[in-house]
Write a protein that binds this ligand. Structure first.
Ligand code: NAP
Length: 292
């Protein structure tokens, strides 16, 4: 974090908005990167309630805020007040990053790119891989698009109440990648067994395993096998029960923290045109989680 004396009349502002926002790791991650790159920027968090989201976005335009990360619950609603939204973000149905291009606010979704980068960095082969994804919510939409774009065969494993969310997600992915092989499967005992048996990638895109219920998992450890790569989008705790079980079963693992760091790194790269110091951003995020 730059000291106050480093700020000047030329310093540009980056920020994250959300409700709540107190626990965000983004300021720590981005300010560490800004310092390492020697940029005249500062990254702050704003607590924005849904009823003033429109005014907040108008404020960013008026104040010349250079870049904005958007988190829950604004990822969908914010899109309607932007000047342009990238087609993939439109199809995902959510943005997580806005760039102010001289007064024009452009929205993008770097969660999908972040997921793909995290899997590639862990050495996971995606083209032609059979991937089963538990969940059909916001994170699943980003990961599903990433998997389809990278050429994986995707099965969305949904809980009963989410059937229409899973069908809509499959349809939206097909809308952008028409030849992508996408299927859906009910998340009952047999469905999870089939997903594990038939796949080489298993993604948990549900909040199951998240702090404080960190001993929960949707997957019986007996179903995990060494040919499976397990990607858990949950990043708090750093290693969920599913990840721990996967390690014991000899699976390759991809951690949610890596998706989080890469989505941030890709936002910073888009805003600044500079190559982000991913390792420094990850260390700052771990430090913020009290895990350094
Ligand atoms: P979301 O939009 O609410 O979606 C959650 C999905 O999980 C929904 O399909 C939901 O079904 C399903 N689900 C919830 N409880 C379940 C249960 N007991 N059994 C089976 N399925 C269940 O949430 P989200 O935004 O996708 O977030 C999910 C997790 O991803 C959170 O832990 C979040 O912190 C994490 N995340 C991580 C990153 C990253 O960068 N690593 C990015 C975004 C999110 P219903 O709709 O029926 O509830």
């Amino acid at each position: 974090m730059p000291g106050n004396e480093a700020l000047s009349g030329k310093t540009k502002i980056l920020c994250v908005i959300g409700d709540p926002i107190e626990h965000t790791m983004s300021p720590a991650m981005h300010n560490a990167a800004i310092k390492a790159l020697g940029l005249d920027l500062v990254y702050v968090a704003f607590h924005v309630k849904p009823d003033v989201l429109k005014q907040a976005i108008e404020g960013f335009r008026a104040l010349g805020i250079a870049g904005i990360n958007v988190t829950i619950p604004h990822k969908v609603a914010a899109m309607q007040w932007l000047d342009e939204v990238d087609p993939v973000a439109k199809a995902i149905g959510a943005i997580n990053t806005i760039k102010n291009e001289g007064g024009k606010l452009v929205g993008r979704n770097t969660d999908a790119d972040g997921a793909a980068r995290a899997m590639k960095a862990a050495g996971v082969a995606l083209k032609g891989a059979k991937a089963a994804m538990l969940g059909a919510g916001g994170a699943a939409r980003a990961v599903g698009f990433a998997l389809a774009r990278e050429g994986a065969v995707v099965t969305i494993v949904y809980r009963k109440e989410d059937a229409s969310m899973a069908v809509d997600l499959a349809r939206d992915i097909k809308g952008i990648f028409p030849s992508a092989p996408i299927g859906t499967l009910l998340m009952d005992k047999a469905g999870i067994e089939k997903a594990c048996r038939d796949s080489t990638i298993l993604v948990n895109a549900t909040p199951i395993g998240m702090h404080p219920r960190s001993d929960e998992t949707l997957v019986d450890p007996k179903l995990l096998h060494g040919r499976l790569c397990v990607f858990d989008v949950v990043y708090n705790p750093l290693e969920t029960r599913l990840v721990k079980d996967a390690r014991k079963a000899g699976c390759k693992v991809v951690l949610g923290i890596d998706m989080l760091v890469y989505q941030g790194a890709m936002a910073l790269e888009w805003w600044t045109g500079k190559e982000p110091p991913v390792d420094i951003m990850k260390r700052a995020a771990l430090d913020r989680l009290g895990l350094k």
